[in-house]
Design a protein around this ligand. Structure first.
Ligand code: PDD
Length: 279
């Protein structure tokens, strides 16, 4: 099962694929991306990921790309890799050009993809829940656009790891809980799941949306509300959602146990429902 890369129509092993040094994604972070996972040979929520990719491209004033073209390229790579449980990364950069902040009108988009097997998270971690830390959100003000400019996210994740935690969540300067480094964040309060409203300060997560739908189908109320740091510590449960994270229960935040200090019932119920839907 080879790990493959796609570069403007050419598919090769990942370690034999190179992007030109003057790609604007590399030089300026001038690129958008998506990460999609497959279960049992079928991509989960591909349409929603492609919708968001188009929105991100619009957000950076990229020219439109034909959806069929991208879908066919994805299908070709997926078929060649032959992985039932795959993680597909797609990145579209504005293109390759001599380094200059402004770009020429005729610059051509550069499309890359990689495909790798998804390693399931250790079931012990899922059962016990994770420790997370809070960090001040110092990212730019367009976090709803999924650009490759995620240095601050990477630094926050590393900070969490250095402190023996699994991940970090961003808190705005005025104390609002935003999202995780590569996930959205929810609490459970009085049996209701609550998450940050869709604004420019968070990514509109596909898993976030699926989880809210699943909750409603299960008779669990779902709300979008700004949460403060104090709301965190009075929560009955808390969890992260994302394509790789799926639904991951939180044990402690900044060393303080949340609820019973392990993934709660609603978190587990939603996780089972998500897996059922995806598989
Ligand atoms: N990240 N918030 C941020 C900042 C993210 O980077 C992600 C996903 C999410 C969750 O979105 P979704 O449910 O659509 O995966 C929220 C991907 C997985 C990544 O960076 O690889």
């Amino acid at each position: 099962m080879p790990e493959l890369a796609y570069l403007n129509g050419v598919i090769r092993p990942i370690n034999e694929t190179y992007v030109p040094i003057e790609d604007r994604g590399y030089q300026f972070g001038d690129a958008v991306y998506e990460f999609v996972a497959s279960y049992n040979g079928k991509f989960f929520c591909m349409k929603e990921h492609l919708d968001r990719l188009e929105k991100s491209m619009e957000g950076l004033s990229f020219p439109k790309v034909d959806r069929n073209f991208i879908q066919n390229a994805i299908a070709e790579l997926f078929e060649k890799a032959g992985m039932a449980r795959a993680g597909l990364y797609i990145q579209i950069s504005r293109g390759v050009a001599p380094r200059d902040h402004a770009w020429a009108k005729d610059i051509k988009l550069q499309i890359i993809m990689t495909i790798k097997k998804v390693d399931e998270l250790d079931s012990k971690i899922r059962k016990q829940g994770i420790d997370i830390i809070t960090v001040q959100d110092e990212r730019w003000s367009n976090c709803d656009i999924k650009t490759v400019q995620i240095l601050f996210n990477a630094m926050a994740k590393q900070k969490a790891k250095d402190q023996g935690a699994f991940d970090a969540i961003f808190i705005s300067k005025d104390g609002i809980v935003r999202e995780g480094t590569s996930s959205n964040f929810f609490i459970v309060k009085d049996g209701v799941i609550i998450t940050h409203p869709l604004t420019k300060n968070i990514l509109p997560g596909i898993t976030r949306m699926v989880v809210m739908d699943l909750a409603r189908n299960l008779g669990i109320k779902a709300e979008e509300k700004f949460l403060s740091k104090t709301d965190l510590f009075s929560a009955e449960e808390a969890f992260l959602t994302g394509t790789i994270t799926e639904i991951l229960g939180i044990k402690t935040i900044d060393g303080v146990p949340i609820g019973k200090g392990k993934p709660g019932e609603i978190t587990q119920k939603l996780y089972r429902a998500l897996r059922e839907k995806a598989e």
